[in-house]
Design a protein around this ligand. Sequence first.
Ligand code: ACO
Length: 311
Amino acid sequence: HDAEGLAAFEQIIAQDSRVEPRDWMPAGYRKTLLRQISQHAHSEIIGMQPEANWITRAPSLKRKAILIAKVQDEAGHGLYLYSAAETLGQNRDRMMDDLLAGKARYSSIFNYPARTWADMGAIGWLVDGAAICNQVPLCRASYGPYGRAMVRICKEESFHQRQGFEILLELSNGTPAQKQMAQDAVNRWYAPALMMFGPPDDESPNSKQSMAWNIKRFSNDELRRRFLGMMVEQAKVLGLTLPDENIRYNEAEGHWEHGPLDWDEFAEVLAGRGPCNAQRMERRREAHENGAWVREAAAAYAAKRAAKEHA
Ligand code: ACO
């Protein structure tokens, strides 16, 4: 039976078609998807924190409304992704327990502080920009529920990126102090945003297999370079500079290049020792505890309805 399943699975991959939850799939494929999708879901949920931090301090009612909508979208993304992960047979409570126990990864980027209002611009422009660059190809991921979730997520992410760009554009055209604040935020988020794409290709243990399974479509370095090229052009429109003197277009290779990144810092952040890791986890645990009554009420309501249906 497994041999038949494997042949069918291999055919789906060879035809660049889609694997659906009821299809047979190799244990490694299921495991890799569960890992990536749950990490992605956790990133969306933890990623609400740096920006939620600015909702009460947004400089106008309009900005506040936009920021609330954006943070809410991120909660939605987390929920679609947990649902996609559940189709692989993992229980959502278990994923949440792993996150709260510090056993699950989430994106390195959300362990950096959002110090000024301009950080809302830099996060939208650079962080959401990097997220889109990484996620558009995931719309074609071979696992159906993941690819379909990514379509809507990417549409919302592009709105997020535009709103960040617009915040920076306005600051950049504002007073010298506002422009400096925008530049300072870009200076702080640039390198961490490039590192979001993951370790360099020769140190990325999962890439090769994930690409063979049509989960990832491009390598970490390819996507990082593509993102850089986009940002170089957009920075000109913003009137801001990317804090890297080594950015250049390599004609021979046909791609963009950046200066060295601090991979030791990346390793520290992944090990839980980044600037805000402890705070992010603490807030997440608090929020989980504070939400206990909602989960209990929802469960009680569901049980009541089920009992009525059976009566
Ligand atoms: N932050 C935290 N961990 C990371 C990061 C990062 N930026 N990049 C890589 N890692 C981890 C990987 O999860 C993997 O850990 P694990 O093996 O313990 O699970 C390890 O570093 C090695 O990396 P890779 O072999 O390159 O891992 P992978 O093939 O999964 O590629 C990538 C990493 C590109 C992040 C991929 O998982 C992906 O595309 N995920 C979906 C997108 C996503 O999660 N985005 C979240 C941020 S965007 C947002 O939420 C707005």
